[in-house]
Design a protein around this ligand. Sequence first.
Ligand code: F6P
Length: 323
Amino acid sequence: MAKEIKTIGVLTSGGDAPGMNAAIRAVVRQSLFRGKRVVGIKRGYAGLLNEEIIEMDAKSVSDTISRGGTILQTARCMEFMTPEGTQKAADVCLKHGIDAIVVIGGDGSFKGAQRLAGLGINTIGIPGTIDLDIACTDYTIGFDTAVNTAMEAIDKVRDTSTSHERCSIIEVMGRGAGHIALWCGLANGAEEVLLPEKYDFDEQRLIDQVVEARKSGKQHYIIINAEGIGHSQSMAKRIEEATGIETRATILGHMQRGGSPTCKDRVYATTMGAMAVDLICEGKSNRLIAHSGGKFVDFDIDEALAMEKGIDEYMYDISRSLV
Ligand code: F6P
């Protein structure tokens, strides 16, 4: 017989992402709607180990849907990933009567959810990362807001780049994944996108293209560089030296992780939050919610973590053909 779920916990883990609050709000309110007790776990798995557990009611999530960041705070926790750490976390759950946990985060956070599920705590994952680097889903909480924030910033850089007839390198987030860079490349009509998944370190080709573009009458040359490639400042220096064209680097950084979530992030995060609670009430565990094929669906976390995600090849091709 499936165990009775009386108390549901919710935590955010890994890098924060706009829309996480909308998901927390939905978990809290849907839990209450389903007659469950709901607790917030502060600072991700680190807070679970430290028993930073707070009672949540409908009011605790008032006025949060439009706010960026996460009201529960977030952390990356190495201790939790050890067998002793995971066991301690499961013991804390038992002590506080937490039967199930909704984990909002990225792949690393889901590995934690997987381990807790193995120790009898029902877990449901919700994809929350601006990087869009979770294989089973075409949507992750925060990506839409992050690319819109970056797109607006890049438009502004482009204005001044055109006025000064410069080459501009704009570095966007994404240590291991180039989705933000690729989307900005298309949204901003950049001349070049450099993605960790694709970059061949052929800087001479880049330099030749900057020169060619200037000869053909282009007033600026926008290069979107992903954080995973990095070195934007030194790259700018080398391009300027080789081409004689003034080149500046702008690193957008953590501004991409903040701000009020877009409508899409609010609505998708809300739907995923409510769905997580519904799955828990159906007795499900070790599942990851995804948006795939135009629908909200759920996958076994083991299967989801075994999937691989690449860059959309067609989008990458046209980022090069439409310049
Ligand atoms: O959350 C994803 C992300 O923003 C990546 O794009 C980036 O590489 C990383 O987190 C930065 O992490 P931190 O904020 O810990 O420097």
